[in-house]
Design a protein around this ligand. Structure first.
Ligand code: SAM
Length: 268
Protein backbone atom coordinates (compact mmCIF):
# COMPACT_ATOMS: atom_id res chain seq x y z
CA UNK A 1 0.00 0.00 0.00
CA UNK A 2 1.26 3.52 -0.85
CA UNK A 3 2.10 5.66 2.16
CA UNK A 4 0.76 9.21 2.28
CA UNK A 5 3.43 11.81 1.59
CA UNK A 6 4.08 13.87 4.69
CA UNK A 7 5.67 17.28 4.58
CA UNK A 8 5.88 19.72 7.48
CA UNK A 9 4.56 23.27 7.04
CA UNK A 10 8.10 24.61 7.49
CA UNK A 11 9.53 22.35 4.76
CA UNK A 12 6.62 23.16 2.46
CA UNK A 13 7.25 26.93 2.88
CA UNK A 14 10.94 26.40 2.24
CA UNK A 15 10.31 24.44 -0.94
CA UNK A 16 7.66 26.89 -2.09
CA UNK A 17 10.18 29.74 -1.81
CA UNK A 18 12.96 27.75 -3.47
CA UNK A 19 10.75 27.05 -6.52
CA UNK A 20 9.43 30.60 -6.63
CA UNK A 21 12.90 32.13 -6.49
CA UNK A 22 14.33 29.74 -9.06
CA UNK A 23 11.53 29.76 -11.64
CA UNK A 24 8.83 32.28 -10.70
CA UNK A 25 6.35 29.42 -10.47
CA UNK A 26 3.86 30.17 -7.75
CA UNK A 27 2.82 26.92 -6.05
CA UNK A 28 0.67 28.74 -3.48
CA UNK A 29 -1.24 27.05 -0.65
CA UNK A 30 -3.97 25.89 -3.10
CA UNK A 31 -1.36 23.87 -4.97
CA UNK A 32 0.11 22.16 -1.93
CA UNK A 33 -1.31 18.77 -2.88
CA UNK A 34 0.17 19.10 -6.35
CA UNK A 35 3.56 19.90 -4.86
CA UNK A 36 3.29 16.87 -2.56
CA UNK A 37 2.49 14.64 -5.54
CA UNK A 38 5.53 15.99 -7.38
CA UNK A 39 7.81 15.34 -4.40
CA UNK A 40 6.40 11.82 -4.11
CA UNK A 41 7.28 11.27 -7.78
CA UNK A 42 10.91 12.30 -7.20
CA UNK A 43 11.12 10.17 -4.04
CA UNK A 44 10.13 7.14 -6.11
CA UNK A 45 12.62 7.99 -8.85
CA UNK A 46 15.55 8.70 -6.52
CA UNK A 47 14.64 6.13 -3.82
CA UNK A 48 15.10 8.81 -1.18
CA UNK A 49 12.91 7.70 1.75
CA UNK A 50 11.16 10.90 2.82
CA UNK A 51 10.51 14.58 2.05
CA UNK A 52 12.86 15.86 4.75
CA UNK A 53 15.80 13.97 3.26
CA UNK A 54 14.80 14.98 -0.25
CA UNK A 55 14.81 18.63 0.79
CA UNK A 56 18.32 18.23 2.17
CA UNK A 57 19.38 16.62 -1.11
CA UNK A 58 18.15 19.42 -3.35
CA UNK A 59 19.75 22.04 -1.13
CA UNK A 60 23.17 20.65 -2.04
CA UNK A 61 22.63 18.75 -5.32
CA UNK A 62 22.21 21.18 -8.22
CA UNK A 63 21.32 18.41 -10.70
CA UNK A 64 18.53 17.04 -8.54
CA UNK A 65 17.23 20.55 -7.97
CA UNK A 66 17.04 21.04 -11.75
CA UNK A 67 15.22 17.67 -11.99
CA UNK A 68 12.80 18.82 -9.34
CA UNK A 69 12.04 22.10 -11.12
CA UNK A 70 11.43 20.01 -14.25
CA UNK A 71 8.95 17.88 -12.35
CA UNK A 72 6.97 20.83 -10.99
CA UNK A 73 6.69 22.65 -14.32
CA UNK A 74 4.09 21.60 -16.82
CA UNK A 75 5.49 21.00 -20.26
CA UNK A 76 2.23 20.19 -22.01
CA UNK A 77 2.20 21.43 -25.60
CA UNK A 78 1.31 20.28 -29.12
CA UNK A 79 1.71 21.34 -32.75
CA UNK A 80 -0.40 24.25 -34.03
CA UNK A 81 -1.73 24.95 -30.52
CA UNK A 82 -3.76 28.19 -30.28
CA UNK A 83 -2.70 28.99 -33.79
CA UNK A 84 -4.80 32.06 -34.67
CA UNK A 85 -2.11 34.56 -33.62
CA UNK A 86 0.50 32.80 -35.73
CA UNK A 87 -1.86 32.56 -38.71
CA UNK A 88 -2.48 36.29 -38.44
CA UNK A 89 1.24 37.05 -38.44
CA UNK A 90 2.01 34.70 -41.30
CA UNK A 91 -0.88 35.76 -43.55
CA UNK A 92 -1.04 39.46 -43.00
CA UNK A 93 2.16 40.64 -41.51
CA UNK A 94 5.13 38.66 -42.72
CA UNK A 95 5.92 41.07 -45.59
CA UNK A 96 6.19 43.90 -43.08
CA UNK A 97 9.12 42.21 -41.36
CA UNK A 98 10.99 41.22 -44.45
CA UNK A 99 13.79 43.55 -45.33
CA UNK A 100 16.23 41.31 -47.15
CA UNK A 101 16.84 39.47 -43.91
CA UNK A 102 15.18 36.56 -42.06
CA UNK A 103 12.27 37.29 -39.73
CA UNK A 104 13.63 37.00 -36.19
CA UNK A 105 11.48 35.17 -33.65
CA UNK A 106 11.96 34.23 -30.00
CA UNK A 107 9.85 31.49 -28.40
CA UNK A 108 10.32 32.14 -24.70
CA UNK A 109 8.93 28.95 -23.14
CA UNK A 110 9.29 26.51 -25.98
CA UNK A 111 8.94 23.27 -24.02
CA UNK A 112 9.55 20.16 -26.17
CA UNK A 113 9.69 22.15 -29.42
CA UNK A 114 6.23 21.80 -30.95
CA UNK A 115 5.63 25.56 -30.79
CA UNK A 116 8.84 26.80 -32.46
CA UNK A 117 8.65 24.11 -35.16
CA UNK A 118 4.98 24.94 -35.82
CA UNK A 119 5.83 28.60 -36.27
CA UNK A 120 8.82 27.84 -38.48
CA UNK A 121 6.98 25.57 -40.91
CA UNK A 122 4.18 28.10 -41.33
CA UNK A 123 6.56 30.93 -42.25
CA UNK A 124 8.58 28.66 -44.54
CA UNK A 125 5.39 27.48 -46.23
CA UNK A 126 4.60 31.09 -47.19
CA UNK A 127 8.10 31.52 -48.61
CA UNK A 128 9.61 33.60 -45.79
CA UNK A 129 13.00 33.00 -44.26
CA UNK A 130 12.92 32.77 -40.46
CA UNK A 131 15.44 32.49 -37.68
CA UNK A 132 14.04 31.25 -34.39
CA UNK A 133 15.54 31.15 -30.96
CA UNK A 134 13.61 28.77 -28.73
CA UNK A 135 14.34 28.87 -25.01
CA UNK A 136 13.14 27.11 -21.90
CA UNK A 137 14.15 26.68 -18.31
CA UNK A 138 14.23 22.90 -18.48
CA UNK A 139 17.20 21.03 -19.93
CA UNK A 140 15.06 17.88 -20.34
CA UNK A 141 12.52 19.51 -22.66
CA UNK A 142 15.28 21.26 -24.60
CA UNK A 143 17.03 17.93 -25.23
CA UNK A 144 13.76 16.46 -26.53
CA UNK A 145 13.11 19.54 -28.67
CA UNK A 146 16.55 19.30 -30.28
CA UNK A 147 15.91 15.66 -31.21
CA UNK A 148 12.76 16.72 -33.06
CA UNK A 149 11.01 13.35 -32.72
CA UNK A 150 7.38 13.34 -31.61
CA UNK A 151 4.41 11.05 -31.24
CA UNK A 152 2.07 11.64 -34.20
CA UNK A 153 -0.78 12.44 -31.78
CA UNK A 154 0.95 15.74 -31.01
CA UNK A 155 0.47 16.70 -34.65
CA UNK A 156 -3.27 16.10 -34.99
CA UNK A 157 -3.86 19.81 -35.78
CA UNK A 158 -1.24 19.98 -38.50
CA UNK A 159 -2.66 20.24 -42.04
CA UNK A 160 -1.81 17.12 -44.09
CA UNK A 161 0.16 19.00 -46.76
CA UNK A 162 2.39 20.56 -44.08
CA UNK A 163 2.81 17.19 -42.38
CA UNK A 164 4.03 15.58 -45.60
CA UNK A 165 6.36 18.38 -46.55
CA UNK A 166 8.08 19.15 -43.22
CA UNK A 167 7.90 15.88 -41.25
CA UNK A 168 9.22 12.38 -41.83
CA UNK A 169 7.09 9.45 -40.75
CA UNK A 170 8.70 6.60 -38.81
CA UNK A 171 8.61 3.01 -40.05
CA UNK A 172 8.03 -0.41 -38.50
CA UNK A 173 8.10 -0.14 -34.72
CA UNK A 174 8.51 3.65 -35.02
CA UNK A 175 5.47 4.14 -37.21
CA UNK A 176 3.63 6.22 -34.60
CA UNK A 177 6.50 8.68 -34.51
CA UNK A 178 7.20 11.67 -36.71
CA UNK A 179 10.46 13.56 -37.13
CA UNK A 180 10.88 17.17 -38.10
CA UNK A 181 13.02 17.36 -41.26
CA UNK A 182 16.59 18.63 -41.00
CA UNK A 183 16.04 21.62 -43.28
CA UNK A 184 13.42 22.91 -40.80
CA UNK A 185 15.68 22.28 -37.81
CA UNK A 186 18.31 24.54 -39.35
CA UNK A 187 16.06 27.54 -38.72
CA UNK A 188 15.67 26.89 -34.99
CA UNK A 189 18.28 27.04 -32.25
CA UNK A 190 17.46 25.90 -28.73
CA UNK A 191 18.97 27.45 -25.60
CA UNK A 192 18.45 27.29 -21.89
CA UNK A 193 17.02 30.56 -20.59
CA UNK A 194 15.25 31.24 -17.32
CA UNK A 195 12.73 34.01 -17.97
CA UNK A 196 12.95 35.14 -14.39
CA UNK A 197 16.68 35.18 -13.80
CA UNK A 198 18.61 35.31 -17.07
CA UNK A 199 19.37 38.46 -19.03
CA UNK A 200 18.73 38.41 -22.77
CA UNK A 201 21.47 39.25 -25.24
CA UNK A 202 21.26 42.60 -27.00
CA UNK A 203 19.61 41.32 -30.21
CA UNK A 204 16.14 42.45 -31.28
CA UNK A 205 13.23 40.28 -32.44
CA UNK A 206 10.30 40.92 -34.78
CA UNK A 207 8.02 38.52 -32.92
CA UNK A 208 8.18 37.10 -29.40
CA UNK A 209 6.06 34.18 -28.21
CA UNK A 210 5.58 33.81 -24.46
CA UNK A 211 2.66 31.42 -24.36
CA UNK A 212 1.19 29.30 -21.61
CA UNK A 213 3.86 30.10 -19.07
CA UNK A 214 2.56 33.35 -17.55
CA UNK A 215 -0.28 31.28 -16.05
CA UNK A 216 2.24 29.85 -13.55
CA UNK A 217 3.44 33.29 -12.44
CA UNK A 218 1.87 35.92 -10.17
CA UNK A 219 1.31 39.44 -11.55
CA UNK A 220 4.59 41.03 -10.37
CA UNK A 221 6.57 38.13 -11.90
CA UNK A 222 4.56 38.25 -15.14
CA UNK A 223 5.12 41.99 -15.38
CA UNK A 224 8.85 41.57 -14.93
CA UNK A 225 9.04 38.79 -17.54
CA UNK A 226 6.85 40.57 -20.11
CA UNK A 227 8.87 43.78 -19.84
CA UNK A 228 12.16 41.92 -20.03
CA UNK A 229 11.05 40.24 -23.26
CA UNK A 230 9.55 43.44 -24.64
CA UNK A 231 12.88 45.21 -24.18
CA UNK A 232 14.16 42.88 -26.94
CA UNK A 233 11.13 43.36 -29.23
CA UNK A 234 11.66 45.75 -32.14
CA UNK A 235 9.25 48.69 -32.36
CA UNK A 236 6.40 47.50 -34.59
CA UNK A 237 7.01 43.92 -33.43
CA UNK A 238 4.43 41.48 -32.06
CA UNK A 239 4.16 39.75 -28.70
CA UNK A 240 2.01 36.65 -28.24
CA UNK A 241 0.64 35.11 -25.05
CA UNK A 242 -1.59 32.06 -24.59
CA UNK A 243 -5.34 32.28 -25.18
CA UNK A 244 -6.09 31.95 -21.47
CA UNK A 245 -3.51 34.56 -20.50
CA UNK A 246 -4.00 38.29 -20.25
CA UNK A 247 -1.73 41.28 -19.81
CA UNK A 248 -4.63 43.33 -18.45
CA UNK A 249 -3.35 43.85 -14.90
CA UNK A 250 0.21 44.51 -15.94
CA UNK A 251 2.14 47.63 -16.98
CA UNK A 252 3.72 47.08 -20.40
CA UNK A 253 4.40 48.92 -23.67
CA UNK A 254 1.99 46.83 -25.81
CA UNK A 255 -1.39 47.32 -27.44
CA UNK A 256 -3.77 44.40 -27.93
CA UNK A 257 -4.55 43.54 -31.56
CA UNK A 258 -8.34 43.55 -31.81
CA UNK A 259 -10.01 40.24 -32.58
CA UNK A 260 -6.75 38.26 -32.54
CA UNK A 261 -6.60 36.44 -29.25
CA UNK A 262 -3.37 36.79 -27.24
CA UNK A 263 -1.68 39.04 -29.81
CA UNK A 264 -0.10 42.41 -28.94
CA UNK A 265 1.77 45.09 -30.86
CA UNK A 266 4.69 47.20 -29.66
CA UNK A 267 4.15 50.64 -31.13
CA UNK A 268 6.80 52.30 -33.25
C1 SAM B 1 2.99 24.61 -20.76
S1 SAM B 1 4.58 24.78 -21.46
C2 SAM B 1 4.22 25.93 -22.78
C3 SAM B 1 4.75 25.46 -24.11
C4 SAM B 1 4.38 26.32 -25.31
N1 SAM B 1 4.80 27.70 -25.15
C5 SAM B 1 2.91 26.23 -25.61
O1 SAM B 1 2.22 27.25 -25.49
O2 SAM B 1 2.43 25.17 -25.99
C6 SAM B 1 5.36 25.84 -20.24
C7 SAM B 1 6.88 25.83 -20.33
O3 SAM B 1 7.37 26.92 -19.55
C8 SAM B 1 8.63 26.55 -19.04
N2 SAM B 1 8.97 27.45 -17.92
C9 SAM B 1 8.42 27.51 -16.68
N3 SAM B 1 9.02 28.46 -15.95
C10 SAM B 1 9.98 29.01 -16.74
C11 SAM B 1 10.95 30.04 -16.55
N4 SAM B 1 11.06 30.69 -15.38
N5 SAM B 1 11.78 30.34 -17.57
C12 SAM B 1 11.69 29.67 -18.76
N6 SAM B 1 10.79 28.68 -19.01
C13 SAM B 1 9.95 28.37 -18.00
C14 SAM B 1 8.43 25.10 -18.63
O4 SAM B 1 9.67 24.42 -18.52
C15 SAM B 1 7.53 24.59 -19.76
O5 SAM B 1 8.28 23.94 -20.76
Amino acid sequence: MMQEMVISERDYQYLYKMIYDASGINLHEGKKELLKAKIAKRLRATRIPNAKEYLNTIKSDEMEFAEFIDTVTTNHTYFFRENTGCEYLVDLLAPKFVNTRPIKIWCGASSTGEEPYSVTVQFLEKGYDVQLIATDLSHTVLAKAKQGVFHEKRAENVPVNILHKYFQKGRNNRKELIKIKDFVKKHVSFRKFNLLIDNPSDEYFDIIFCRNVLIYFDDPTSELVVNKLCSRLSPGGYFLVGHSESLMNLKHPLTAVRKVSGTYLKSI
